[in-house]
Write a new protein. Structure first.
Length: 317
């Protein structure tokens, strides 16, 4: 079974080096185990195309059966756990930064009270990678996001459930009553065409969406600052160095010390949880998922946070 899992990992990751890195093996060890599997199967499983390896049709058959075997094992473990009176074990959770800061602390507190024998291991991951790794069984549960017009990749073995809808708005430095700045004149996204921007790195779904929002408004943003840390985005805006497009979830656990302006069409991102169908009866994973959803439902309304900051609602034409 161990060797079958290595073959499956190779089908997911593409190279022996990547399999070795993800599973903390040496490349030579992975190659040796795959050679042994090939000898056991009695058929050729790997073929070389130039400098790359690909799976033969026979290997693909084994991979499909491996998926079924892993699903059956996971369902058996879940059914066994469901017979116990205490929810226990370890749940591996992947979550992106804003959800981690806004939702996870309360969820962990709730879990400590309700299920003191349950252990949660959390890793901050970008949503695209986290979904892939959950499908690959390196995490049990993921909190991910989907931006307007940018669908997160779907994996057939994952069950999705919407956690919350998160409004997206233009963030601007607070108005200084003693000094008029170029930021103070901004009431619509079009007004920020000439200003410096902070965005997430190229390749992130949020970056693609933010650039499209600016281009739809008729300009190419002057992206001077790049960081995946949205708390850094907030600091750059609050200090008067940039403007940004930020989700309301950022303000769930902190006071808002800047201005915000609504965007055309009132866009929102969807935050969701995902777990494998084969673990849908696992009491530990279900307990963590339910606590995450409970905490998302108990988040303060975005309108409550608006009492702490100036909100600009652009007039419609």
């Amino acid at each position: 079974m161990r060797r079958l899992r290595l073959l499956r990992e190779l089908s997911l990751r593409g190279t022996i080096a990547e399999v070795a890195y993800e599973l903390s093996y040496s490349p030579s060890s992975v190659s040796q185990q795959l050679s042994l599997l090939e000898a056991e199967a009695g058929v050729k499983l790997l073929q070389r195309n130039g400098r790359t390896l690909s799976l033969t049709p026979q290997a693909q058959v084994l991979v499909a059966h491996t998926e079924q075997l892993l699903d059956s094992m996971e369902r058996a473990e879940a059914d066994l756990s469901a017979t116990l009176s205490t929810v226990s074990g370890t749940v591996r959770l992947a979550v992106f930064q804003t959800a981690m800061l806004a939702i996870l602390p309360g969820a962990l507190g709730q879990l400590r009270q309700q299920h003191p024998h349950l252990r949660v291991e959390m890793s901050q991951q970008e949503p695209e990678r986290a979904l892939h790794e959950t499908a690959a069984r390196n995490f049990d549960l993921v909190v991910a996001e989907q931006y307007p017009g940018h669908a997160a990749r779907h994996f057939e073995n994952l069950d999705r459930r919407t956690l919350t809808h998160d409004a997206l708005r233009l963030a601007l430095p607070a108005t200084d009553p003693t000094e008029v700045s170029e930021f103070d004149r901004v009431i619509r996204i079009e007004d920020a065409a000439h200003l410096p921007w902070v965005m997430e790195p190229v390749g992130a779904a949020s970056r693609h969406w933010a650039e499209q929002a600016c281009r739809t408004a008729g300009f190419e943003p002057d992206v001077r600052y790049e960081t995946a840390d949205l708390q850094a985005h907030v600091q750059l805006v609050e200090s008067g160095n940039a403007v940004a497009l930020l989700p309301d979830l950022v303000w769930a656990q902190r006071r808002r010390g800047l201005r915000i302006a609504d965007l055309p069409g009132a866009p929102v991102r969807t935050v969701f949880t995902a777990m494998r169908h084969s673990s849908e009866r696992n009491p530990a994973i279900l307990a963590v998922r339910e606590c995450l959803h409970d905490q998302a439902q108990s988040l303060p309304s975005p309108h409550a946070a608006e009492r702490n900051a100036e909100v600009v609602t652009p007039a419609t034409d």
